[in-house]
Ligand binder design. Structure first.
Ligand code: NFE
Ligand code: MG
Length: 580
């Protein structure tokens, strides 16, 4: 007899996500559905506004991938108006976006995903001396003495003995699928706490270039903080980019590099070694999309991008398909199983420049026992590329870089596979996705140093330009313009679509990474990436503690706040939502 397992809410994510899975008598998942249960209206307020200030509103779509919607927004306006950005501002943006990736990925690994593999309670049984020996055998990270691990264990014991696990509450502790020895659990938990302190410092990079974090400042046509080529001082450091702040940036990049090299990468490999079967399930689609990012020249010169754009279908790395986000035949959003309607009917797909948002809730009155999966069941739409569902994110980027022969990527991926004694096909999996995130963190942290050196070389050569103000006056703009601003956000391909009329925003649409990955089935009943991954060889050991579902869903690093963000080009009222 089949059985429906419901996980709602999925915790340790951003936003509100519900997963339902149909299981057979032996616990195998036979079908799965992903539902965004929250509806928002943030982009509605963009209509009629000055496109130069759109970024400040769009950025509030999410506080986790904090700056990515700001970047996509300024790029959409620059694209629409053919507004060139100075080289220094491109470098500063690259540094800010890459810092966001490294920060976000470390936080995801330790604070959102690690506890799917690490048992907090088991760490209490660890021998601190043996933990120290284990840590020193895999890394040269200096915090590795027996005393350090004994202190960490004491902190965790205080949590557990108080009966209030606090940040460690709501785990499936003691679940038989936790396989790490107590010492590995204690080591990972020590690094969980280290990562909390580390992230506080590295977040300062955004404040140096953009005034604050989260939600740093941006500027259409460049970067907001002027560069001062003078000697620099503590006072000037508060308002300009100068030699003092750039050296601070260097220190932050070094701290990112050492944490990734000495903690994140060795921990990923050590933990993965105990869960090798998770490199053989959880792939799902096998289709991957990247939109490309990190220009060394400009967003209009794809040959200069550090991450290339492309599509891989059915793992076919030899045939990378070109991507054109402006092409209505390529990108479409479907609502066949979403709580929306289209004026042309629920079966059609619409390109985002012609996007519509009409709320149309057809489900049962909450709280309900289960989703109406034959009808609508999510506030997410289903984006498709040439009609096909796509996975976006770290694994898509790794696949694209690997397929294109990017040497540092190949070296890192091949080394990781060799350490774990796994074939290349192992990357198409739950832990492949998790490891891809770690590998790209190393790629980004190392590349950041090269971008910083280039920025300093430009300044030394006399170029202190950060903003092109030639188009600042809307009187210089065409009466009508359309643009796409795209980037690689930590969770994957992000594109903002803007239509500008008479100097004001006429339509604004965002197609977001977690919408690609977490969206429901489409008009052809094809599942989205989460759904397909959960249907790829999962078996629940205990349906009351669906740890296996958590592992695969978390491997995507869900952000449902980003994924659900209602746009209404007609300016209709969106708030009057009746579900009874
Ligand atoms: Ni809110 Fe986001 C990222 C975007 S969603 S986290 O990364 O865009 O997938
Ligand atoms: Mg959207």
């Amino acid at each position: 007899m089949s059985h429906r397992v419901v996980v709602d809410p999925v915790t340790r994510i951003e936003g509100h996500l519900r997963i339902e899975a149909e299981t057979a008598a032996d616990g195998s998942i036979t079908s799965a559905w992903s539902s965004g249960t929250m509806v928002r209206g943030i982009e509605l307020i963009l209509k009629g506004r000055d496109p130069r200030e759109a970024w400040a509103f769009a950025q509030r779509i999410c506080g986790v991938c904090t700056l990515v919607h700001g970047i996509a927004s300024v790029r959409s306006v620059e694209d629409a108006l053919k507004w060139a950005v100075p080289a220094n501002a491109q470098l500063i943006r690259n540094l800010m976006v890459a810092a966001q990736h490294v920060h976000d990925h470390v936080m995801h690994f330790y604070h959102l995903h690690a506890l799917d593999w690490v048992d907090v309670v088991s760490a209490l049984k660890a021998d601190p001396k043996a933990t120290s020996a284990l840590a020193q055998s895999i890394s040269s990270y200096p915090k590795s003495s027996p005393g350090y691990f004994a202190d960490t264990q004491k902190r965790i014991r205080l949590f557990v003995e108080s009966g209030q696990l606090g940040i460690f509450a709501n785990g499936f502790w003691g679940h038989p699928e936790y396989r790490l020895p107590p010492e590995a659990n204690l080591m990972a938990l020590a690094h969980y706490l280290e990562a909390l302190a580390w992230q506080r410092e590295v977040a300062k990079l955004h404040a140096i270039f953009g005034g604050k974090n989260p939600h740093p400042n941006f500027l259409v046509g460049g970067s907001p903080s002027p560069i001062s080529a003078g000697p620099g001082s503590a006072g000037a450091a508060a308002t300009t980019v100068n030699i003092v702040t750039l050296e601070e940036v260097r220190g932050i990049i070094k701290s990112m590099q050492s944490f990734v090299d000495q903690v994140y990468l060795p921990d990923t490999l050590a933990i993965a070694g105990f869960y090798k079967d998770w490199f053989a399930r959880g792939e799902g689609l096998g289709n991957f999309l990247t939109v490309g990012d990190f220009p060394s020249k400009g967003m209009d010169d794809p040959s200069s991008w550090f991450i290339p754009a492309g599509v891989v279908i059915s793992r076919d790395l030899k045939n990378i398909q070109p991507v054109d986000l402006r092409d209505p035949a390529q990108v479409q959003e479907f609502v066949a199983h979403s709580w929306y309607d289209y004026s042309g009917g629920k079966q059609q797909g619409l390109h985002p420049h012609a996007g519509e948002t009409k709320l149309h809730y057809t489900g049962p009155k909450p709280p309900y026992e289960q989703l109406d999966v034959a009808g609508g069941y999510s506030w997410l739409k289903s984006p498709r590329w040439r009609g096909k569902p796509m996975e976006v994110g770290p694994l898509a980027r790794l696949v694209m870089l690997y397929a294109k022969g990017h040497e540092p990527t190949r070296a890192l991926a091949d080394q990781a596979l060799k350490t774990l004694d796994l074939p290349l096909t192992a990357i198409f999996s739950t832990l492949g996705r998790t490891a891809a995130r770690t590998i790209e963190s190393k790629l980004f942290a190392d590349q950041m140093m090269a971008w910083l050196d280039q920025l300093i070389a430009n300044i030394k050569g006399g170029d202190v330009s950060v903003h092109n103000d030639a188009l600042w006056d809307p009187a210089t703009w065409p009466a009508e313009a359309k643009g796409v601003g795209f980037m690689e956000a930590p969770r994957g391909a992000l594109a903002h679509y803007v239509v500008i009329k008479d100097g004001r925003i006429d339509n604004y649409q965002a197609v977001v990474p977690s919408t690609w990955n977490a969206g429901p089935r489409d008009a052809a009943n094809q599942p989205g990436a989460y759904e397909a991954a959960l249907m790829d060889r999962h078996k629940l050991r205990d349906p009351k503690q669906p740890l296996e579902i958590q592992r695969t869903v978390h491997s995507f690093d869900p952000c449902i706040a980003c994924a659900v963000h209602v746009v209404d080009p007609q300016g209709e009222e969106l708030t009057r939502l009746r579900v009874c």
